[in-house]
Design a protein around this ligand. Sequence first.
Ligand SMILES: Nc1nc2c(ncn2[C@@H]2O[C@H](COP(=O)(O)OP(=O)(O)OP(=O)(O)O)[C@@H](O)[C@H]2O)c(=O)[nH]1
Ligand SMILES: [Mg+2]
Length: 245
Amino acid sequence: MCSCIFLGNQKKDIMSKAKAQQPAVIHKVIMVGSGGVGKSALTLQFMYDEFVEDYEPTKADSYRKKVVLDGEEVQIDILDTAGQEDYAAIRDNYFRSGEGFLCVFSITEQESFQATAEFREQILRVKNVNSDKSDDSIPFLLVGNKADLEDKRQVPVEEAQQRCQQWKVPYVETSAKTRANVDKAFYDLLRIMNKAKLNPRAGGKSNTLPYKKSATLKSSNVPKLKADADEQKEIKNQQKCCILQ
Ligand SMILES: Nc1nc2c(ncn2[C@@H]2O[C@H](COP(=O)(O)OP(=O)(O)OP(=O)(O)O)[C@@H](O)[C@H]2O)c(=O)[nH]1
Ligand SMILES: [Mg+2]
């Protein structure tokens, strides 16, 4: 009997060690939306707690960070895509490689809100999902950014919420400047992605290829990983030291 208890404890020990050694689940998130709405600002705020005032149009940048989501460590790979029309042609490949989408518009620009419908259609088409707008099988979150600029608001909250009801997706208003709801937007999407992976019918379809293994993704189109968050911080510190010296 004694040995049974011993074996039982040993088994528990082995199982918890095995769990601890399991590689973190990887969630591939794509930032989409028109140029200048704040996709990069949100990404950089989430990654490094920094707000970038300057506007430098993105071509494509990727980031990686480990986060604890409801007690479990997961890895988030973020692909920050270009909103500028010049890069529209390479979007299909990026969208194909994504598992979850943060679709961003600026609450100060009605046009950017209208454009979210086109981005959603493109995502559903690339993912071979019925382009019926109420399909909720792809993890997707609509983000109204620049919420700190309330006096310049052009998109009423109700209008955005109405669209989300139609699409059956959540709506979050953020400010990359004040950091309001930035974590919430990313974590809420990660939760939806987690659920989708546990229940593949509700998303996480097999046509989501990892960025670098996607057969259709030309190597010239694969964005270089900027760096892990820690690595990047260290590089920044080193740069700061260089400036001070
Ligand atoms: N006030 C305010 N400004 C913001 C916010 N988010 C971004 N901006 C500013 O808006 C401009 C564009 O932001 P970006 O993050 O570069 O926009 P983007 O969506 O990445 O643009 P593309 O890379 O061209 O697709 C920058 O000057 C940012 O500082 C915000 O929440 N509030
Ligand atoms: Mg950008």
